[in-house]
Design a protein around this ligand. Structure first.
Ligand SMILES: [Zn+2]
Length: 141
């Protein structure tokens, strides 16, 4: 899920791109979501691109009690902020200093070609929905 934001970075503050995605697969190691569908907004701020959206994904796992395979469905919302690699694209010095002050934090950067890969953000939001102990319907009763 890669978005090129070259045009968006040159747009006015508040300019928004909306998109939707469906039937995606998201994987990290052994953790795997399929039939991932969702909506996303990419919003130009004074110093960054803000993304937000919602996502639904299927997750196949096993019941921790009886080891039957079960299919769970998760919904979650996500928000994240990406800063331009090319600082000339930031509209004000005030914004630039705000960004530089935060350098100790884990900032997300837009790459040199002005692409944002939102896959890990969407993956994380679904991943946090997985309960520590998963039980099938029978074992829950
Ligand atoms: Zn079970």
């Amino acid at each position: 899920m890669i978005y090129n934001v070259s045009g968006l970075l040159k747009s006015n503050i508040g300019y928004t791109i909306e998109d939707s995605f469906n039937q995606l697969e998201l994987r990290r190691g052994d953790v795997y979501f399929n039939s991932v569908i969702g909506k996303i907004k990419l919003i130009k701020t004074d110093c960054s691109i803000w993304i937000s959206g919602s996502v639904i994904g299927d997750f196949v796992t096993i019941c921790h009690i009886c080891l039957e395979e079960i299919n769970l469905n998760f919904y979650s919302k996500f928000d994240d902020e990406y800063f331009p690699y090319n600082k000339d694209l930031i509209s004000s010095k005030k914004s630039l200093s705000k960004m530089t002050e935060n350098k100790d934090e884990n900032l997300n950067f837009i790459d040199k070609k002005n692409n944002i890969n939102v896959s890990s953000c969407v993956f994380e939001s679904l991943y946090t929905q997985i309960p520590i102990t998963v039980r099938c319907e029978i074992c829950t009763k």
